[in-house]
Design a protein around this ligand. Structure first.
Ligand code: ADP
Ligand code: MG
Length: 242
């Protein structure tokens, strides 16, 4: 317990320091990006063009890490609103489709006809959904027939609603399953290891929980469980595929 509190304090302090540093990095980064963009059309030599593109790409890379980090370090207080979980998923449909389409991923939505309703910070849950979807897409990079299934539903007995994201990628090793959600834990060359820690943090603040099941070579399912909100028990058990 004592150790846990110390750890929490350390993380909070680290967070404060980090967000300070992040702002210091962002300003010069904007300058680097801006001037690379200005130079590019002026670069007549192919080599020079290549170098400028590289500067621009790497600046974008730094920006990505820094943005992830800022989201992670910023203290969040969720702004709660009652929303339909299905609607939230549908709002994100285009964004998700645009990402899966390019990679040739088969995408299916199975939305509960019971219309699960939740009290949530919509922006935060959308971000959680996107972070998990992004991981699934990245995991399926070398998968022969990649598939992504996003579903919603209600667990009446547990008074919970769920949002699940399944992929048929390579799954996770036992070590990875244990370590995911720990800040900076990543198995990717260009990963930040912050995506899932942001998700876990946000879902915890919603009094929810994330369950993960992963089978090596079969795929991974993330289930986000959130407290039930004024739910009328529906009479339809079927899911609606869209
Ligand atoms: P990052 O994506 O930057 O690596 P995350 O916190 O989002 O950081 O994920 C941490 C790690 O969890 C990933 O590096 C990967 O090893 C593992 N992971 C997450 N989602 C999946 C998935 N759907 N399939 C396989 N591994 C996953
Ligand atoms: Mg990620």
């Amino acid at each position: 317990q004592q150790q846990f509190i110390q750890q929490q304090e350390k993380m909070a302090m680290l967070g404060q320091m980090a967000s300070g540093i992040v702002h210091e990095i962002r300003n010069p980064l904007t300058t680097i990006k801006g001037f690379s963009q200005l130079i590019k059309p002026l670069a007549r030599e192919a080599k020079l063009k290549e170098y400028v593109t590289l500067i621009e790409q790497e600046a974008n890379e730094v920006n990505k890490v820094v943005t992830d980090f800022l989201t992670f370090a910023r203290p969040h207080t969720p702004v709660l609103k009652q929303v339909s979980l299905n609607k939230l998923v549908l709002d994100m449909k285009m964004v998700i489709e645009s990402q899966t389409f390019l990679d040739g991923i088969e995408l299916n939505f199975l939305l509960s006809t019971d219309e699960p309703r939740v009290m949530i910070d919509e922006q935060q849950i959308k971000q959680v959904l996107l972070n998990i979807v992004k991981n699934a897409i990245e995991a399926m990079e070398d998968t022969a027939s990649p598939k992504l299934v996003i579903s919603t539903g209600i667990k009446h007995q547990e008074k919970q609603v769920f949002l699940s994201i399944s992929d048929n990628g390579p799954g996770m090793s036992e070590e990875t399953s244990r370590k995911i959600g720990t800040p900076f834990y990543t198995t990717k060359d260009k990963g930040t290891g912050l995506g899932l820690s942001i998700c876990y943090q946000m879902i915890k603040e919603h009094q929810g929980r994330i369950q993960v099941t992963s089978e090596s070579g079969e795929g991974t399912t993330f289930i986000i469980l959130l407290p039930y909100q004024n739910q009328e028990k529906g009479n339809k058990e079927l899911c609606q595929a869209i």
